[in-house]
Design a protein around this ligand. Structure first.
Ligand SMILES: Nc1nc2c(ncn2[C@@H]2O[C@H](COP(=O)(O)OP(=O)(O)OP(=O)(O)O)[C@@H](O)[C@H]2O)c(=O)[nH]1
Ligand SMILES: [Mg+2]
Length: 298
């Protein structure tokens, strides 16, 4: 007799920058969630659906948990903790640098009482000496009764088979909840905004204010092969607007061009992208703006 089919919702939680979105994209095999070197890259809950012969795993990428009093950040933490609450299994991800008091505190906040947790220790490619993993694994095992502790490199594709096997073993039996060919719950329109945000993060690095967001103002296929996208990049101050636009519009041009190419690849269509930068003072503390930008669900 073959094993019963498994189905589970698996939340990816942890501090910002641990590599949660990199892991999601690695598992799904395509870019579902944007990635950058900056912490707090992911701002929404994003599903990545992995359908295997005997199991369907619904991974929930969440914003990295962090402390901040801004309304935007509180909404991000709520999205992250909400993702954890509804899960059958939680992957808590740290990197090989290990636990800091802050990460431990986030873990205590996020660790659900009755839900199994797998600890993923990411970025093992950064370790010159693998021996150093052992003390970290021991320390972690003493902290919590993890369902498994698995060192991985999401970026370099290391130990991913063992990781997936552990995940499959830890989710309940059940029939698939999504069609086999569905990979995410997010629309192309959402992804278009994210790709512009990703290129802004990449292009501007630490110069880019945390208070920037992307709104898609129009999204229209004129035919099967041609897509017109209009976006507004919102910032909180006039000085930030000049940073995003750059001298002679150079920065915005590069951001737009790279995001456009990414969209063409993702959507398989030619894309015309029209990007504007606008200022809305204090938008990250403005409930109406957060709602409009999709950061607050109700
Ligand atoms: N060396 C190394 N870098 C990695 C690995 N996984 C992710 N990274 C890098 O770590 C940075 C953060 O990756 P993300 O996937 O955006 O991290 P995240 O946990 O989703 O971050 P937030 O969305 O901000 O919470 C990026 O520069 C990745 O390329 C890894 O296995 N090894
Ligand atoms: Mg992320």
């Amino acid at each position: 007799m073959s094993d019963p089919h498994r189905f589970g919702v698996v939340a990816l939680a942890g501090p910002p920058n641990a590599g949660k979105s990199t892991l999601l994209n690695r598992i799904i095999g395509e870019k579902i969630s944007i990635i950058s070197r900056r912490p707090q890259t992911t701002r929404h809950r994003i599903l990545g659906i992995k359908t295997l012969p005997g199991a369907q795993l619904v991974f929930v990428d969440t914003p990295g948990l962090h402390r901040s009093s801004r309304m935007l950040n509180r909404a991000m933490n709520r999205a992250a903790l909400g993702g954890v609450e509804d899960a059958d299994l939680v992957i808590f991800m740290i990197d090989v640098r290990g636990w800091t008091p802050e990460v431990e505190e986030l873990f205590r906040r996020a660790a659900p009482k009755d839900t199994p947790v797998i600890l993923a220790i990411n970025k093992t490619d950064r370790l010159s000496d693998r021996e150093r993993l052992l003390p970290l694994i021991k320390q972690s095992a003493a902290m919590h009764d993890f369902a498994a502790i698995i060192p991985i490199s999401a970026l370099k594709d290391k130990n991913m088979d063992a990781f997936l096997e552990a995940v499959i073993g830890a989710v309940p039996q059940g029939a698939p909840g999504f069609p086999a060919d569905q990979r995410t719950d997010r629309s192309q329109r959402f992804f278009a905004a994210e790709l512009v945000r990703e290129q802004s993060l990449k292009q501007l690095g630490h110069e880019l204010p945390h208070e920037s967001a992307v709104e898609v103002t129009s999204f229209e296929y004129t035919d099967d092969k041609l897509l017109r996208v209009g976006v507004t990049i919102w910032v909180a101050k006039a000085s930030q607007k000049s940073i995003v636009i750059g001298r002679g519009g150079q920065q915005l041009k590069v951001i737009g061009e790279r995001a456009r190419k990414q969209m063409e690849r993702a959507f398989g269509a030619r894309v015309y992208l029209d990007a504007w930068v606008k200022v809305k003072k204090g938008w990250a503390d403005n409930a109406a703006m957060l709602q409009k930008l999709g950061y607050m669900e109700d």
